[in-house]
Design a protein around this ligand. Structure first.
Ligand code: SAM
Length: 229
């Protein structure tokens, strides 16, 4: 299979054709090899216009929705980003191409560990992954999957320029809003099971602005300020 050709076609037909023209973002999608992040049985579908199963009842999201969420984050290369829901690590890699540091939290330990191993093999050294409940934010979570090799250090009261939540929240996780920096943006699917709105929450001088970018469908965000299973 010519994966580079498939990636180019994914970028042209699924992302650019739907109105996303951010060059830095498009370059990251051309670079990051999505087929490395899916289970072997899914490789032939890796560049299809759809979400795919990654096991444990979870999915790697459709390429376009990942692009839309990252585009809405409006990342600068100096930004520090928090991702809730590492999953396969695909979106983590894209964020690491576009920002200075990526902190990522995944509640399923097996997924967190295999994403971390994959990202390390690919040479990313600006990503830290923790296992825990992302609804509590970075400071509320339990432990890093690999404290030694990722030069992990506990950072108190860290604030994020961007927060991206890759699972659907039934309530607004206040801890995440608290951990947004001034001028920070958070992208979050918000609503009921099987039907949510994609929201951007922006913080400026402690004022919160909410914008709605339309309907979407994500797996549930499970945790203290999420669904209770
Ligand atoms: N962005 C991922 C990728 O590129 O593969 C896909 C994320 S998948 C749609 C959502 C992920 O969120 C799942 O792996 C799920 O286990 C995780 N998740 C759900 N609730 C969570 C929570 N409270 N904290 C951390 N991760 C959570």
């Amino acid at each position: 299979m010519d994966f580079a050709k498939e990636r180019k076609s994914m970028v042209e037909r699924q992302i650019k054709a739907r109105g996303i023209y951010n060059d830095r973002l498009l370059d990251a999608f051309l670079k990051v090899e999505r087929h490395i992040f899916v289970p072997k049985s899914m490789i032939k579908y890796a560049y299809y216009d759809q979400p795919l199963s990654i096991g444990h009842g979870q999915t790697i999201s459709q390429p376009y929705i990942v692009a839309l969420m990252i585009d809405l984050l409006e990342l600068n290369e100096d930004d520090i980003v928090l991702e809730i829901g590492t999953g396969s690590g695909y979106q983590t890699a894209l964020l690491a191409e576009l920002a200075r540091n990526v902190y990522s939290i995944e509640r399923i330990e097996t997924l967190a560990r295999s994403a971390e191993e994959r990202l390390k093999k690919l040479g990313y050294n600006n990503i830290i992954i923790k296992v825990g409940d992302g609804t509590l934010g970075w400071n509320g979570t339990t432990f890093s999957t690999d404290e030694k090799t990722l030069s992990y250090k506990e950072e108190i009261d860290i604030k994020f320029d961007g927060i991206i939540v890759s699972a659907a929240a039934p309530e607004m996780p206040q801890k995440l809003i608290e951990q947004l920096a001034d001028n920070g943006r958070m992208i979050i699917p918000y609503g009921k099971h099987f039907s949510q709105d994609l929201l951007r929450i922006s913080k400026k001088k402690n004022k919160i602005k909410k914008e709605n970018f339309g309907g979407c469908m994500f797996v549930p965000l499970i945790g203290e300020y999420g669904w209770k299973k």
